[in-house]
Design a protein. Structure first.
Length: 254
């Protein structure tokens, strides 16, 4: 399966994906019977600020260098500054058109497109790619267009992709993000379902949890599978048996 990744980097940065690991995206795209042919990242660059702010210029250079090291082609959209009718200085840098044109032109050689954005303006792009025979998979974090979710062949919250966002954890701590299933409200227990990223692709796993292991009073959220939780998987031997459970559970605000 020939795959292309198209990342609307500014949308992701502003909508919960700051610090996203681009190397993890590459690993996800290459998993299973897949060959990564294209990997494009569309970013905004303020050239006026670059001329005056050395720290900003160096930070952007390092950022772009990391993306290229991961195998991404970096497409820069120059930030434009203008004053509106009310005299307010406004900045604008929209790479939607660049992303859409590139995806459509390159789709003839692809079987699968991974679109990383939550912008509803891409609904027609998704439909056009599908009409060309491409499977379109959507990954995003917060403020994701419901219409875009429904248009894509699949939607996966970026919070659920292992190692896509940094997780604060101690050394050797198995910290994961997932959602609750089969929660028994009377007895306060259920299972957390989460993903492992392996060479074959994303594999679902489940681990037992009790509401008493939450770091805050969030019992009422466990019955709704749309909520995402972060937790540590603790494994210990008890009565000669290996017991595994989710502890230190906290809710992720998405």
């Amino acid at each position: 399966m020939k795959t292309g990744i198209y990342v609307d980097s500014e949308n992701i940065r502003l909508c919960g994906g700051y610090g996203m690991r681009y190397d993890t995206l590459v690993n996800l795209a290459k998993a299973g019977p897949s060959t990564l042919l294209r990997a494009n990242a569309y970013l905004a660059e303020d050239r006026e600020r670059s001329k005056e702010d050395m720290e900003y210029r160096q930070r952007m250079h390092r950022y772009h260098h990391v993306l290229r090291q991961c195998g991404f082609r970096v497409i820069k959209k120059v930030v434009k500054h203008f004053v509106d009718d009310e005299g307010i200085l406004t900045t604008k840098a929209n790479a939607d058109m660049d992303l859409a044109i590139d995806a459509l032109q390159q789709a003839r050689n692809l079987d699968r497109v991974i679109l990383v954005s939550g912008d509803g303006d891409f609904v027609r792009l998704v439909q056009a790619l599908q009409s060309m025979g491409c499977r379109v998979e959507l990954i995003a974090f917060r403020n994701v267009s419901q219409e875009l979710k429904e248009a894509a062949d699949s939607y996966l919250s970026g919070y659920l992709v292992p190692r896509l966002l940094p997780v604060t954890a101690n050394q050797d701590e198995d910290r994961q993000r997932g959602w609750a299933i089969n929660y028994n409200t009377d007895r306060g227990f259920g299972f957390m379902r989460y993903y492992r990223l392996e060479a074959e692709g994303l594999r679902q796993e489940s681990v037992f949890f009790h509401c008493s292991k939450a770091l805050e009073n969030i019992d009422y959220l466990f019955s709704d599978p749309s909520h995402i939780f972060e937790f540590t998987i603790k494994t210990q031997e008890e009565d000669g048996k290996i017991k595994t459970e989710a502890i230190d559970i906290r809710h992720i605000d998405v």
